[in-house]
Ligand binder design. Structure first.
Ligand code: GDP
Ligand code: MN
Length: 387
């Protein structure tokens, strides 16, 4: 679960990281009132779950009330890479001497927490990592002992932080590690971590993702889910208790069981396709469950074809076929479907499908065959007779 900048900063503050105080607002008048309250100059910042807001014109300094009004009215409603700005955060502007970068995440291949630090913050950190990797310090932390202040001092020193702020940077790194650990975050990032002219070290931005599966341990964070800015289809899926993830491609993927769904994504990618989303139907085989799943998949306009991959175990393929036929009679999908039925009662399932002769529904026997068919269909090619 990704947090908005100001929500991340609130978590930061709880763990002793320095941030500017400010206010989230949703109207121009409230923005001006907030600016008057925090004191000029202020910075007006779009709150959307996407980076690069500054470059897109979503972060503006205002020296007085009329500038605050102008920026707030420009930024509220702005479309930043498909994210509409509904909230702006108004904070007292900081003076900046240096812009650093800091983050903590789990390095899955090393199976250890990873702290990263650079004095080349503010700009695209990806570019720093790519072009001058020596300027991005990467330090693995022993998860059992955590990040000590001494270790953090070493990181800051190695990264070339100004000598008079090494201690302040180390404090910030330790606090960021605490945020990551104690809040069950998957990512805690500050870019830029600034040094002010009076040598204060402060988080000017935040990027925090919390582990949704650990949210039950943090009742105080449960209200942070940004349902207004969340993808509407993902929100619907969550409400309906369905595992649904949106991706960028044009092939909808539906399977029963997380493992099967994951390998379906791989096989489709190998066949040259690009998944638009995936949905785990779990053990659901009745028409209602299937209809709900198909409705969700097709709610995404980018979907040009759907692969329905079922491996029958306890779930029987003939039941799935019956559910599918009933669901399709109602939905009448506008895009082609490839249905792969394998496992318990698969022959019967495919026979039922063939008998029903649903328009736009193609049966496949193997996963590879199904993947190739769906990739061709998404590209607008024909694949022979329908099931
Ligand atoms: P991002 O573009 O989404 O990463 O948004 P940031 O919060 O990182 O802001 C982008 C840039 O705006 C920063 O790198 C700063 O250079 C600038 N900026 C943001 N807040 C302030 C501020 O309080 N004072 C000054 N002088 N610049 C700021
Ligand atoms: Mn930033």
């Amino acid at each position: 679960m990704d947090l908005l900048e100001y929500q991340g900063k609130q978590l930061f503050a709880r763990h002793g990281l320095r941030v500017s105080s400010g206010k989230p607002v949703t109207t121009v008048d409230d923005a001006v009132a907030a600016a008057d309250e925090v004191g000029y100059p202020v910075v007006v910042k779009a709150q959307v779950l996407i980076g690069g807001r500054g470059k897109a014109g979503g972060v503006k300094l205002a020296a007085n009330e009329s500038e605050a009004r102008e920026h707030a009215s420009n930024i509220l409603g702005m479309d930043i890479k498909g994210h509409i700005v509904r909230t702006v955060w108004i904070e007292h502007a900081s003076d900046i001497a240096s812009e650093y970068y800091a983050s903590v995440l789990l390095d899955r291949s090393a199976k250890q927490p990873l702290v990263m630090f650079s004095t080349e913050g503010g700009v695209d950190i990806e570019e720093v990592a790519e072009k001058t990797p020596e300027k991005l310090i990467r330090h693995h932390v022993d998860a059992l002992t955590g990040l000590s202040h001494g270790e953090a001092v070493e990181i800051a020193t190695k990264g070339g932080a100004d000598s008079d702020v090494i201690d302040g940077v180390a404090d910030a790194l330790v606090a960021l590690y605490e945020v990551w650990l104690q809040e069950d975050a998957t990512l805690a990032e500050i870019n830029p971590l600034i040094v002010t002219p009076d040598r204060e070290v402060k988080a000017l931005d935040s990027k925090v993702s919390l582990d949704g599966n650990a949210l039950y341990r943090h009742p105080e964070n449960q209200g942070l889910s940004d349902s207004e800015n969340e993808d509407p289809i993902e929100r619907r899926a969550k409400e309906e208790g369905v595992q649904y993830v949106k991706l960028d491609g044009d092939i909808g993927i539906l399977g029963n069981g997380a493992g099967l769904v994951m390998s379906t994504l791989d096989v489709v990618a190998q066949a040259g396709g690009s998944p638009a989303n995936f949905l785990d139907a779990g053990g659901g085989s009745n028409a209602e469950k299937i209809k709900q799943a198909v409705d969700l998949l097709l709610a995404n306009d980018a979907v040009k074809a759907v692969l329905f991959n079922i491996f029958g175990g306890i779930t029987r393929c003939d039941e799935v076929a019956t559910g599918l036929i009933a669901a399709f009679a109602e939905i009448k999908p506008s895009v082609p479907f490839v249905v792969r039925l394998d496992g318990t009662n698969d022959v019967e399932g495919r026979r039922l499908l063939a008998e029903a002769a649903l328009p736009n529904v193609h049966a496949a026997k193997t996963m590879n065959e199904a993947a190739e068919m769906v990739v061709a269909l998404a590209a607008g090619q024909s694949v022979g007779a329908a099931a």
